[in-house]
Design a protein around this ligand. Structure first.
Ligand SMILES: [Zn+2]
Length: 399
């Protein structure tokens, strides 16, 4: 595992423990330009771009679909897009990056817990809810803006989420939004545990709920997907579902399987998939963490390939992939390197985003800073709704 970053001449720039957080953040910003160095030969982007390649005709906007994937939970650059990590992401690097706009500097200035950070990504506000409680976000979610502004049915916005703790992410309790306007949430593990009751041991590898607090498994309430809808909504028999689950190696593979069924059967215009296998890093096993990154890399490419093949999605879908946040730097004395995300250091707050598909420029790298909360208003501008309470800014390079 490498330490630190590489400058343009290939000399390593080690992190120095005596740097102040401000100095370290500045250093991280400078050296982030070397993400993707020597990998693809892409040109550095510019904020001064020509007109969007996407035609903003009403008919086009109506058909436009957006799929968001959180590449998580918690992945560092040095195991992904930094030069020493690129070996772990062959699919994104070889197949997706050439078609992508890539943002090298996405910062999360909120609380670094997976549920609260994902909720913040979904509301465009740094939420302050308790990460380990099953509560809805305080501010309206992207799903509510989308459905209310564009008058879309419940079937048009879905979330596929990793653990029971995410069951409230589809809908806030904000006045004027909330009940009735949220996304429907599928919890594949919850579905599998209900479908396989009595034979849990066949699926234990898929049912791990949470890598940080193994005893935390909140009671479900809210808009979660009910087992009886397996057949009606996904047109999947319990037997077929459990038989297929037996062939899968991880919870994120199960999530992708469910997401594909949703795309086929419901074709939501707004689909949000939260990957979580990478958070196995909390176990302290570096090899499991890297295996999970490699798997997530493969699953992202498989999802893109599904998007290309599904008639409802091909050519009118924008895919956005970004980690919820990073993980601690090896050199931070307050942490234990890749294992956790506790220090709030620049490495744990700074990550990347790739965008590809409809309306996105191919093969452009941007190193201007954007924030996690900028995602929602930017998707709003793409799809034609207003994220009125978001505190993020428009990412103009995506429009
Ligand atoms: Zn974690």
């Amino acid at each position: 595992m490498g330490n630190g970053w590489f400058n343009r001449s290939g000399l390593q720039l080690p992190w120095q423990a005596q740097l102040t957080p401000q100095q370290a953040a500045r250093q991280l910003g400078i050296t982030r330009r070397d993400l993707l160095r020597d990998a693809t030969g892409l040109a550095l982007g510019s904020a001064l771009m020509s007109a969007s390649p996407f035609i903003h005709a009403a008919t086009a906007a109506k058909k436009r679909k957006v799929v968001v994937v959180t590449f998580g939970g918690g992945a560092r650059d040095q195991e992904t897009f930094a030069p020493q990590g690129q070996v772990n992401i062959p699919h994104m690097l070889g197949e997706l990056i050439p078609q992508s706009s890539f943002f090298t500097q996405v910062t999360n200035q909120g609380i670094l817990g997976h549920y609260v950070a994902t909720a913040s990504l979904a509301t465009g506000v740094y939420e302050t809810l308790n990460n380990f409680s099953a509560v809805p976000p305080d501010h309206p979610t992207i799903f509510e803006y989308f459905r209310k502004d564009l008058i879309r049915p419940a079937s048009d916005a879905w979330v596929v989420a990793p653990s029971n703790g995410f069951n409230r992410i589809g809908e806030s309790e904000s006045r004027g939004f909330g009940p009735g306007f949220g996304a429907r949430v599928v919890l594949p593990k919850h579905l599998l545990s209900a479908a396989s009751s009595g034979s849990r041991t066949d699926y234990d590898h898929l049912l791990h709920d949470n890598y940080e607090t193994p005893l935390y498994a909140p009671q479900l309430a809210g808009g979660e997907f009910e087992l009886q809808q397996l057949e009606r909504v996904l047109r999947l028999s319990v037997d077929d579902f459990t038989a297929h689950a037996r062939t899968l190696s991880s919870p994120d593979e199960l999530s992708l399987y469910i997401a594909r069924r949703l795309m086929r059967e419901q074709s939501p215009s707004l689909l949000w998939i939260t990957m979580h296998d990478i958070d196995v890093a909390h176990s302290g096993a570096f090899s499991l963490y890297v295996d999970a990154i490699r798997r997530t890399d493969r699953l992202c490419a498989e999802l893109w390939s599904t998007i290309q093949q599904e008639p409802e999605y091909a050519n009118n879908t924008t895919l956005l992939i970004l980690p919820d946040f990073g993980r601690d730097a090896d050199e931070d004395p307050g942490g234990n390197g890749f294992q956790h995300h506790r220090t709030g250091d620049p490495a744990s707050r700074t990550t990347w985003m790739m965008a590809l598909g409809a309306g996105v420029r191919h093969g452009v790298v941007y190193d201007n800073p954007v924030q996690s909360i900028d995602l929602v208003p930017s998707i709003g501008a793409m799809m034609g709704f207003q994220a009125s309470q978001s505190r993020g800014k428009l990412i103009r390079e995506l429009l």
